[in-house]
Design a protein around this ligand. Structure first.
Ligand code: SF4
Ligand code: SF4
Ligand code: FES
Length: 286
């Protein structure tokens, strides 16, 4: 669906990216402008439905006159700005960020990261096997979703989606400091004893697969998860009158997970437990 945003027209700012003149509406980030002209800047903690947290710094670019590298995902574009996305300094910084993350966290289910590691010649192995931040079994304490914190980069997206940016449930938070920092529910209880309402909006925003549908987790473990073979069909949830859009991900004639389009003006990618996980009744053939 193509959305045409309504509102007061915004002034167009003129500036340059890698020496090329660009124009972007006032309020755009450098990342928005880069994407509008087809420039690829890696991102991890950025989310198109969330306020930037600047947690990962993999998106840094150089701005003429700025003392430090700036995160493209949050820095607003300004008229006359001269942005360089691919300088040696920016590339070196991305390489270090990727090495630190990939040496301490399991990024095996993070989309695109393998390509970035190659592109920036990152060598996470140089830190050795002791660099792993955690080493624990995935938390499988309910039938709907799995928390595998060995894959968590502490980007805060799930906390923001569960908290004041979308769900307002506040079931999860960052606990501990430094190397002991981690995402947890109150008293590190099982999810079933927490305030979680199983909307799954945290899964929707998690960039690494640390939070995943139980169906996806089980299929990955069995070696049957085959994303290229899946189809996506967007339909309307029939459980109540809100009319949320659901995107059904189907593999071998079975719905394997449900998401919602991020540009949908009703859901902005969010759902409730019925829309997100109620699909099992569709294929219950018992
Ligand atoms: S669980 Fe996912 S969304 Fe939450 S902080 Fe970790 S990586 Fe980010
Ligand atoms: S996802 Fe939840 S709120 Fe949205 S239409 Fe379905 S039941 Fe209603
Ligand atoms: S994507 Fe910009 S700081 Fe993480």
């Amino acid at each position: 669906m193509t959305l045409i945003p309504l509102g007061i027209p915004r002034r167009l700012l003129e500036f340059t990216i890698d020496g090329e003149p660009v124009r972007a509406p006032e309020g755009s980030t450098i990342l928005d402008a880069c994407r509008s002209v087809g420039k690829d800047v890696p991102t991890l903690c950025q989310g198109d439905t969330l306020t930037p947290k600047n947690a990962c710094r993999v998106c840094v670019v150089e701005v003429e006159g700025a003392r430090t590298l700036v995160p493209a995902c949050s820095r607003k574009a300004e008229a006359g700005m001269q942005v360089q996305t691919d300088t040696e300094r920016a590339r070196h910084s991305r390489k270090i960020v990727l090495e630190l993350l990939a040496s301490s966290v399991d990024l095996s289910t993070t989309p695109e990261v393998a390509g970035w590691l190659k592109e920036y010649e990152a060598k996470p192995d140089r830190f050795g096997p002791d660099a792993a931040r955690l080493n624990e079994e995935p938390k499988i304490d309910n039938d709907l979703y799995v928390r595998d914190y060995d894959k968590c980069i502490l980007c805060y997206k799930c906390v923001d989606a569960c908290g004041d940016q979308w769900q307002n449930t506040f079931a999860i938070s960052v606990v501990g400091r430094g190397f002991d920092a981690r995402i947890a529910v109150e008293h590190d209880a099982p999810l079933t004893d927490s305030a979680c309402v199983y909307c799954g909006n945290c899964i929707e925003v998690c960039p690494t697969g640390a939070l995943s549908f139980k169906s996806e987790f089980d299929m990955r473990a069995a070696g049957t998860w085959d994303e290229p073979a899946q189809t996506e069909t967007t339909t309307v949830c029939a459980y109540c009158g809100v009319g949320c859009n659901l995107t059904l991900h189907v593999q071998d004639n079975e719905i394997v997970k449900v998401t919602s389009p991020h540009d949908n003006p009703v859901t902005h990618g969010n759902l409730c437990i019925k829309g997100r996980f109620g699909y099992q009744h569709v294929q219950n053939r018992d």
